[in-house]
Design a protein around this ligand. Structure first.
Ligand SMILES: [Zn+2]
Length: 402
C-alpha cells in the first residue's frame, strides 16, 4: 500500500540508488508523510482516515516526525469554530531540511533546492554540452547541488533526497542503465543514479524530464486538479508527459508520451532517433535555430528566438508559429485517442504566445467534429523550471526522512 501511494503520481518508473527504506515502521512513516505532502496541512485524524493506519500508529509516528523537526504542529485558528479548542494541524517544517532536483537538459543543467514546505530556496544553471560529455555533466551537476546546499546554509546531511530529470526515456524495469543508445549515445550504460549518489552522498531517484514536467505543472502550475493531461516540453529537445486518470502513464517500456518522435512530415530530416520527419526535427531547438540560418539569429537558443519574436522580429515569429502548427499536428492523434481535458506547453518555448496559439489552432482543426469543444492548449506556469521542480517532487515522493 505504501508503495502504491508513493507511486501515485509518478507511476512505477523510478530508479533508486538505495532501497534503504525497509520495514513496516519506515513504510508507515513514509505513508504519513505522503498524506501531509498531498494535503499541505492536515490533522492526525485525516492522516489515519486517508492512510488506513490506526490512530495510535499515526499518533506515534507523528510524535516522532515532530521530534525529528520534519513536521511542525500548530493551532488551526482559521478552521476553529465556536468557543472550542482550535484543532491541531500538521505541516512540513520549512526548517526541517531540503530536497534537491536536477534537470539534465541537452545544453544546460538546472539545479534547485527546496525546503520541506515546497518553497524553492535556491537555483543554479550551468550551460554546457550535457549530451556529449556525461562525465563532466555529472561532475558539474554534483558540484552545483553541493554548492547550492552550502549557499543555502544547509549541510548535505539535511538534504533528504535528490531527484534527477533526464532527457531520455527512463525504464521502470530492473535495469538502471540508461537505455537511450540512439537518443543520447554518449550516455549509454551510465548509471546516473549511482554516479550522482557517489558524487554527492545523497539518495538519488531518476525520471524522464517531460514526465516530471507534467507532474510539476499538475502539482504547482496550471494543471492543478487536472486528471487527464498531455504535457508537451519544447526546449532543445521535444518531449511529452501523460497523466491519465490522475497518474503518470509511462507505457510498457517507458516510451509513452514521446511526442518529439511522432512523425509530422513524410520527407523530413532524419531524426537523431533514426526515424524520419519526427516533430523534434521541425520544432526542436536545433530545427528552430537552423530555420533562422539566413537571418541575424543564426545559432540562437530557443529563449533567444522567443525573445526576438517578442521584440517584433518577423522571422523569429514565423519559425515559432510553424513549430506550433507542427506541435498541434502531432497532438491530433494523441488527443483523439486519449481525450485529455488540457494540453500544457512547457519548456523554453512555452513563453511564446504565438507558438501556443498555433498549436491550439492546428489541434482544433484536426480533431473530430464529434467533440463539441476544442481541447484547451495553454502555456505552462512554471516555464523552464518545471522539470527541475518535478525532480524535487520525485525526491519528495521518496522521502528518506529517517
Ligand atoms: Zn525521432
Amino acid at each position: 500500500l505504501a508503495d502504491l501511494r508513493n507511486n501515485l503520481l509518478y507511476g512505477g518508473a523510478m530508479i533508486e540508488s538505495s532501497g534503504s527504506l525497509t520495514g513496516l515502521r519506515q513504510r508507515n512513516r513514509r505513508q504519513v508523510l505522503e498524506v501531509v505532502r498531498q494535503r499541505g496541512s492536515t490533522s492526525r485524524a485525516e492522516i489515519a482516515k486517508t492512510s488506513g493506519l490506526s490512530t495510535s500508529t499515526v499518533s506515534t509516528l507523528v510524535a516522532e516526525l515532530v521530534e525529528d523537526a520534519v513536521l511542525v504542529e500548530s493551532d488551526d485558528r482559521a478552521g476553529a469554530t465556536g468557543a472550542g479548542r482550535p484543532a491541531r494541524v500538521l505541516r512540513f517544517n520549512p526548517a526541517g531540511g531540503g530536497l534537491a532536483g536536477i534537470h539534465l537538459a541537452h545544453q544546460h543543467i538546472r539545479v534547485g533546492l527546496a525546503d520541506l514546505a515546497d518553497d524553492l530556496i535556491g537555483t543554479r544553471v550551468v550551460e554546457m554540452d550535457v549530451d556529449g560529455e556525461p562525465e563532466r555533466a555529472l561532475s558539474c551537476a554534483a558540484e552545483a547541488v553541493l554548492g547550492l546546499v552550502e549557499e543555502c546554509s544547509l549541510t548535505p546531511r539535511a538534504v533528504h533526497g535528490l531527484g534527477v530529470a533526464l532527457s531520455a526515456p527512463v525504464f521502470s524495469s530492473a535495469s538502471r542503465r540508461l537505455p537511450a543508445a540512439k537518443i543520447l549515445p554518449q550516455w549509454q550504460g551510465v548509471d546516473v543514479a549511482a554516479e550522482l549518489r557517489r558524487r554527492t552522498g545523497l539518495s538519488v531517484v531518476v525520471g524522464n524530464d517531460a514526465n516530471l514536467g507534467a507532474i510539476a505543472e499538475r502539482r504547482f502550475g496550471v494543471a492543478q486538479n487536472v486528471d487527464h493531461l498531455v504535457y508537451v516540453m519544447l526546449s532543445d529537445g521535444v518531449g511529452g508527459g501523460l497523466i491519465l486518470e490522475g497518474r503518470l502513464y509511462e507505457g510498457a517500456l517507458g516510451f509513452a508520451g514521446e511526442l518529439g518522435h511522432v512523425p509530422v512530415t513524410r520527407d523530413g530530416l532524419i531524426c537523431r532517433c533514426g526515424n524520419r520527419g519526427c516533430l523534434e526535427t521541425v520544432a526542436g531547438g536545433r530545427a528552430i535555430s537552423a530555420a533562422l540560418t539566413l537571418t541575424g539569429h543564426a545559432g540562437s537558443s530557443v529563449p533567444e528566438v522567443v525573445a526576438a519574436a517578442g521584440a517584433g522580429d518577423e522571422g523569429a515569429r514565423r519559425v515559432l508559429v510553424d513549430a506550433g502548427h507542427a506541435v498541434g499536428q502531432a497532438l491530433v492523434p494523441v488527443c483523439t485517442v486519449l481525450d485529455p481535458s488540457l494540453v500544457v506547453v512547457g519548456g523554453e518555448a512555452a513563453g511564446s504566445a504565438e507558438l501556443t496559439a498555433a498549436a491550439r489552432q492546428s489541434l482544433a482543426r484536426g480533431l473530430t467534429p464529434l467533440r463539441r469543444d476544442p481541447i484547451p492548449v495553454v502555456a505552462g506556469a512554471l516555464g523552464e523550471q518545471a522539470e527541475m521542480l518535478g525532480a524535487i517532487t520525485l525526491a519528495a515522493q521518496r522521502l528518506e526522512l529517517l
